[in-house]
Design a protein around this ligand. Structure first.
Ligand code: ADP
Ligand code: MG
Length: 366
């Protein structure tokens, strides 16, 4: 089921009448989510992810704009009639019910033509439970299960009605690191197996990058960029997106374009085809190469060996962050006593941004 968002906007009135500023939680969001894909809705806390999800679910009514499931306009449709499955951060299971009763619950409330026989419901509950691999825990109460298992029950409960669209709001945030990793892979597998169009909300860029077919990056209610995770990482439209994706994060330095050369301090580091101006230079950690004749001079402060890779921590007066972090292959030997490190830069890992607007400057870099 494709999901179409058309100029979707949500404005909350101000809570404090006197201070009087309304909040534009979601601002003119237009996007067609392709059928059967997993979309990661990504951005910092408060950027409008949940509000977008709640509008798609029908829990909140848009101030303006429309929502379509396939060709059906569902904007005015109630949550129950949209055919969605919802999963929240806090699993929200009924504590006095067993796993089986929790999963059966949405089916028992079906009315009229949708009403199911007991056998059909049991079969369906078993199908959902085995999909998330908890079919051997059906008689337990939520309190007798780990957080990861409880979240699986919540996912099974969302799947049991075979929803047209699955909506997940930070479903992994309450799990510890290892479970988070495991459960996100499970969600990806379940999504592939069922082919249900899925929207996955998270503030964790790595989580979104690792499981999404496409990511949508939001800031202050406004969509910044939509694309395949790798494409957005390799080709960010602005400094915000460049900084939001990637660990360690992109290094940002002040630079200067003069006569077709990009300067960082006194160092002419690359040739660029852009007019003279001051810029922000974003350099991915993997964009540095150790080079005795490299143009960029940095003060060496630390070398951290991380198995396959080495992380070099250095400083430069032009850096906007306290340190510059580069990642290079561990085969490279770095002399920590040297005091200085010199780099050449990989042009496709270097992005230039307008100093005022922070928009990407599109030009040739070599
Ligand atoms: P996210 O899920 O990305 O953290 P939200 O969608 O929850 O962000 O919130 C977006 C913005 O809307 C925030 O500024 C938040 O304070 C505001 N907001 C959310 N819900 C309400 C509400 N019910 N009333 C007023 N403001 C709200
Ligand atoms: Mg939220």
């Amino acid at each position: 089921m494709k999901v179409v968002l058309q100029n979707l906007t949500k404005i909350f009135p101000s809570r404090d009448k006197k201070a009087g500023k309304e909040v534009v939680a979601v601002n003119d969001f237009t996007f067609e989510i392709p059928d059967g894909k997993l979309i990661g809705l990504l951005g910092p806390s408060g950027c409008g992810k949940s509000t977008t999800l709640y509008m798609i679910s029908g829990l909140q009514k848009p101030t303006s704009g429309k929502i379509f499931f396939g060709d059906d306009d569902v904007t005015e449709l109630s949550t129950e009639n949209r055919g969605i499955g919802l999963v929240f951060q806090n699993y929200a299971l009924y504590p006095h019910m067993t796993v089986k009763q929790n999963i059966l619950f949405p089916l028992q409330n079906l009315k009229g033509a949708d009403k199911m026989t007991k056998e059909a419901m049991d079969q369906r509950a078993h199908w959902a439970a085995s999909l998330v691999q908890i079919d051997d825990l059906m008689d337990r109460k939520p309190s007798e299960m780990s957080g990861g298992q409880q979240q699986r029950v919540a996912i099974a409960r969302a799947l049991v009605k075979m929803p047209r669209v699955l909506l997940l709001d930070e479903p992994l945030s309450n799990l510890d690191a290892r479970l988070r990793l495991q459960t996100r892979e499970e969600i990806r597998r379940i999504q592939r197996e069922t082919g249900i169009t899925t929207i996955f909300v998270t503030h964790d860029q790595e989580e979104a990058m690792s499981i999404s077919d496409m990511i949508v990056v939001m800031k202050l209610g406004v969509v910044q960029q939509i694309g395949k995770p790798q494409n957005v990482y390799d080709d960010p439209v602005n400094l915000f997106v460049a900084k939001f994706l990637g660990t360690p994060p992109i290094n940002v330095l002040e630079g200067n374009i003069k006569g077709g050369k990009l300067y960082i301090g006194q160092d002419a580091v690359l040739d660029v085809s852009a007019p003279d101006q001051e810029v922000f230079v974003g350099i991915r950690p993997e964009g540095f190469e150790l080079d005795d004749n490299g143009a960029l001079h940095c003060k060496l402060s630390n070398v951290e060996v991380m198995g396959r890779d080495v992380s070099i921590v250095s400083t430069n007066p032009a850096s906007c962050n306290p340190v510059i972090r580069s990642i290079i292959n561990a085969d490279n030997k770095v002399d920590i006593t040297a005091g200085e490190v010199r780099y050449s830069l990989k042009p496709h890992k270097v992005f230039l941004f307008n100093k005022e607007t922070e928009e990407r400057i599109r030009c040739e870099v070599k």
